[in-house]
Design a protein around this ligand. Structure first.
Ligand code: NAD
Length: 476
């Protein structure tokens, strides 16, 4: 049995009678460990440490901060197999995907470590002689970050890297359902030399923790990844203290497939992207709009490829899709399937839970899905996908943009003119044309509309933790 716990000042937080909840392997439903939940006194200790940590870290040279972050990268890389294994056990994704996530986490930290030394300000041209004016970029202050369970290493790594590169201290609250992976990541930073006060780790009741931390005057910025309803809740709390916020919320990414592509090849690529992490990805391609001329061939190839996916325990190297991360997702998939069938859509494959032990659900494909079906409006966050057809560019653009979400969007075409036109029309923070990799260390990751605002990654990911100060100085 493994234990996860809060860390304050580099020390395991402990309290008599501490409450704990179990950590469950979603492939077997067996308990693999427990996570201790912090109380209000513990949170106050974490806040006091973050306040001290900020004064310490903002006055540490950016070059020194960068060197420490690079050291953390080396530690994570040296333990990547072990961290990936823990991730698969507590979250369920196939081991190869877990390993790719740990590799990506290290790459993101490395990129941000380099960026730490490029937080340039600027010199203004003064209107009067003897006046010097400069714009400084300074760290915003102590940050509280909240992470979900779908990317247990990458989301914490990105939030820690951006904040620490900018010179902020950080209290991280990962998901209680996948706490062991985040513990590894945080330990790597501490071992690399990040002072204990600069990076705190807390697990607890999510509502209690977020309300307590965000209400504290110590916290100057929040960063949240998760669902839009919870994001709105946290934004409301942040607004009371006029605190900055980066919100990476839900999406419902459309894929517009034009009739000039090879339907079979395009469908196979789409299936690989859609069922990654069992569809529990905020940028997952989740609504397919296929031009009428290739619609039947695309649906057939998509269903064939989905049916061929090997589903099972992610520890088995032959498995391509693991279980869903928790039992809530199984219930959600069953309800969504029933609802989509009732809408008049055609079930092309899947539609059922697999077995009774482990949270496995069949890759499920619906075609001829009416626009008013719930699945066309609500993010499925699981291995269910709707496909519908369209005729013209203007018609499809209106349909895909009708939702309140705008995280990722995709289009498949061999026409430069169509690619340019659709890129301009799609209301999204990230657009993928002819591929699905919209997240890299150098690219800004974030959405528009109710998918949130602000970015992680890229130069924008550092800017998110900086404020500007204009200093105007008279020399005599
Ligand atoms: P949820 O909305 O209850 O929780 C989402 C995450 O937010 C969890 O990690 C949870 O611990 C955290 N959370 C919940 N209430 C909180 C609070 N008051 N303060 C701070 N954190 C809080 O739902 P869920 O059942 O875990 O996931 C369901 C939905 O969440 C999915 O359908 C999906 O739309 C969304 N989700 C999105 C992402 C993403 O990457 N954007 C990740 C996970 C889940």
């Amino acid at each position: 049995m493994q234990e996860a716990y809060s860390i304050i000042n580099s020390q395991r937080w402990a309290s008599p009678g501490v409450r704990a909840v179990g950590i469950v392997n979603p492939a077997t439903e067996e308990a693999i460990g427990r996570v201790e939940l912090i109380d209000a006194q513990g949170l106050d200790q974490a806040l006091a440490a973050a306040a001290r940590g900020f004064m310490l870290w903002k006055n540490t040279s950016a070059y020194e901060r960068a060197a420490i972050l690079r050291k953390a990268v080396g530690i994570i890389r040296s333990r990547q197999d072990e961290i990936a294994r823990v991730m698969t056990l507590e979250q369920g994704k196939p081991l190869a995907e877990a390993l790719a996530e740990v590799v990506a986490s290290a790459d993101n930290i490395e990129w941000m470590a380099e960026e730490a030394t490029r937080a340039y300000g600027r010199l203004l041209v003064p209107r009067n002689a003897g006046i010097h004016q400069l714009v400084r970029r300074e760290p915003v202050g102590p940050v509280a970050s909240f992470c979900p369970w779908n990317f247990p290493a990458l989301t914490p790594a990105r939030k820690i890297a951006g904040a620490l590169a900018a010179g902020c201290s950080l209290i991280l609250k990962p998901a209680e359902e996948t706490p062991l992976t985040a513990l590894h990541i945080v330990n790597a930073f501490h071992e690399a030399g990040v002072p204990g006060e600069v990076l705190g780790l807390v697990y607890g009741d999510p509502q209690q923790v977020s309300e307590h931390l965000i209400a504290s005057p110590v916290i100057r910025k929040i960063s949240f990844t998760g669902s839009t309803p919870v994001g709105k809740l946290l934004l409301g709390l942040a607004a009371r203290g006029v605190k900055r916020a980066t919100m990476e919320l839900g999406g419902h990414a459309p894929v517009v497939v034009f009739d000039d592509v090879d339907p079979a090849r395009t469908a196979q690529q789409a299936v690989a992207a859609k069922f990654r992490n069992a569809g529990q990805v905020c940028t997952s391609p989740t609504r397919f709009y296929v031009q009428a001329g290739i619609y039947p061939q695309f649906v057939q190839a998509f269903a064939d490829a989905a049916r061929a996916i090997r589903v099972g325990d992610g520890m088995d190297a032959a498995v391509q899709m693991g279980p869903l991360a928790n039992s809530r997702r199984i219930a959600a998939m069953a309800a969504l399937t029933e609802d989509t069938l009732a809408s008049g859509a055609r079930l092309a494959c899947g539609g059922k839970r697999i077995g009774t032990r482990g949270y496995f659900f069949e890759p499920t494909v619906f075609s001829d899905v009416p626009e008013n079906a719930r699945i066309m409006q609500d993010e499925p966050f699981g291995p269910i996908v709707p496909i519908a057809s369209f005729t013209s560019l203007d018609e499809v653009a209106a349909r895909v943009n009708a939702l309140p979400f705008g995280l990722a969007a995709y289009a498949m075409t061999r026409s430069l003119a169509r690619a340019t036109a659709i890129s301009g029309l799609l209301e999204a923070g990230m657009v993928g044309i002819n591929h699905y990799t919209v997240s890299t260390p150098a690219s800004p990751f974030g959405g528009v509309k109710e998918s949130g605002y602000g970015s992680e990654g890229g130069t924008e990911g550092l800017d998110a933790y900086l404020v500007t100060k204009c200093v105007t100085q008279r020399s005599s």
